[in-house]
Design a protein around this ligand. Structure first.
Ligand SMILES: Cc1ncc(COP(=O)(O)O)c(C=O)c1O
Length: 399
């Protein structure tokens, strides 16, 4: 049944995605602006995919669309092997199992809870290291001093899609014989001079959650670099089955189903346009907000170098003491104006009950992460956000 409620109506019913870069005027100045809205392709284009699934009668277990999406994504992202998952959280849990990570894992407190929850689900001990104020990513200069004889891996996050200092991290992991698993949940289609940043580390984990740049409603993936590792990951996400009668590990059910995979194939047709519109919004925000006292932006990852590509998945701003009101007052003020920003990532993971007793969670160990968490506000950014709405948000911030 079609949803005619304008508040929850899918974006595609308001704006033709083929015109993403020129949103229709009536889509502008909407009453309520949420921090994000999922991108949805035209519904009628999805029907033939569903008809095919009904005909195939294979709903899951590495069927037709699953295989096609793995091929299409590997080619689009420029990576050798990809294993699709039901979501990124289960993919992170499986990534640790695939590499037989044990003991302690060095990671960042400045992320979504799933990053470190994946360690607890594997009975691994997180060791938190502070972040770099320029990128909000783990500070590689602080990693070495956190290594103990129990350390077996590093779990950095490309926060907001900003690339980690992969060279410094690789130097440390090579020297100490550690695995590196990147939480790349925010890093779909982010490229540096040589290609996708997903090629770094042993494994990278993507999220295709509804709110992400590329979504399959729920979904995720692990990028690996050799066929042996891909096979092990594929066994682990399918209960450990290597063939009909051989179970090689106590695997889990982490499989992506055919409806999600088919939807992903259709989404892929639109993802470049969706990212292009995000980049336009990013530019508009930067023009409007770059000179406000007490308000700091992260440096743009996109510069004139055509090889760099940011996906503009988030637009974080940082509210310092020189700004006339506090971060939380600004958050409330925007809410009063029907603009719903989000404090990603606040509270810090290390402030949560299951992590705060860990010695490395001590605030004195994490001054930058604590400051960033107290100052950050993520502004609305999604392909259907009109120029008028971006200007309306900027107007509220210019004080
Ligand atoms: C950094 C990070 N890691 C992991 C996840 C978990 O992804 P999923 O919702 O697909 O399980 C998310 C967000 O949703 C995230 O932002």
């Amino acid at each position: 049944m079609l949803n005619n409620d304008p508040m929850t109506r899918p974006y595609s019913s308001v704006i033709n995605p083929k015109m993403l870069t020129t949103p229709l005027s009536h889509a502008g100045n909407s009453d309520i602006i949420t921090v994000t809205k999922p991108y949805l392709p035209p519904l009628e284009e999805f029907i033939p995919y569903l008809e095919q699934i009904w005909e195939n009668k294979q709903l899951t277990n590495n069927a037709y669309y699953h295989q096609r999406l793995e091929e299409a994504l590997a080619s689009y992202l420029g990576v050798p092997y990809i294993s699709l998952f039901a979501n990124a959280t289960v993919a992170l849990i499986v990534a640790m199992q695939a590499l037989r990570v044990t003991g302690e894992v060095i990671t960042t407190p400045y992320s979504f809870v799933a990053t470190t929850h994946s360690l607890l689900w594997n009975h691994l001990r997180p060791v938190f290291v502070d972040i770099d104020p320029v990128t909000c990513n783990i500070n590689p200069n602080l990693i070495e001093q956190a290594i103990t004889p129990q350390t077996t891996a590093i779990l950095p996050v490309h926060v907001y899609g900003y690339p980690c200092d992969h060279q410094a991290i690789a130097r440390i992991s090579d020297a100490y014989g550690l695995h590196t698993i990147y939480d790349a949940a925010h890093a779909f289609a982010v490229n540096d001079n040589e290609g996708s940043i997903l090629r770094y580390g042993d494994l990278s984990v993507l999220s295709f959650h509804a709110t992400k740049v590329f979504n399959t409603f729920e979904g995720g993936a692990i990028i690996s670099h050799d066929i042996k590792t891909k096979r092990r990951i594929d066994y682990l996400k399918n209960f450990g089955f290597a063939d009909e009668v051989t179970v090689v590990a106590p695997g889990i059910n982490g499989k992506m189903n055919e409806v999600q995979a088919a939807f992903g194939l259709l989404q892929l047709k639109y993802v470049d346009e969706a990212i292009a519109r995000r980049q336009e919004i990013d530019r508009l925000y930067r023009q409007g907000l770059s000179d406000i006292k007490g308000l700091r932006l992260l440096a743009s990852y996109v510069d004139d170098n055509q090889f760099l590509q940011s996906n503009c998945s988030y637009f974080p701003i940082f509210i310092g003491e020189d700004y006339p009101i506090s971060r939380d007052e600004l958050y409330e003020k925007l809410k009063q104006k029907n603009i719903f920003s989000r404090r990603y990532f606040y509270p810090l993971i290390t402030e949560l009950p299951m992590y705060r007793a860990i010695p490395s969670s001590n605030r004195r160990n994490l001054p930058v992460a604590n400051q960033m968490a107290n100052e950050v506000l993520c502004l609305p950014i999604y392909p259907g956000l009109s120029d008028e709405d971006v200007l309306r948000i900027i107007d509220e911030l210019v004080v």
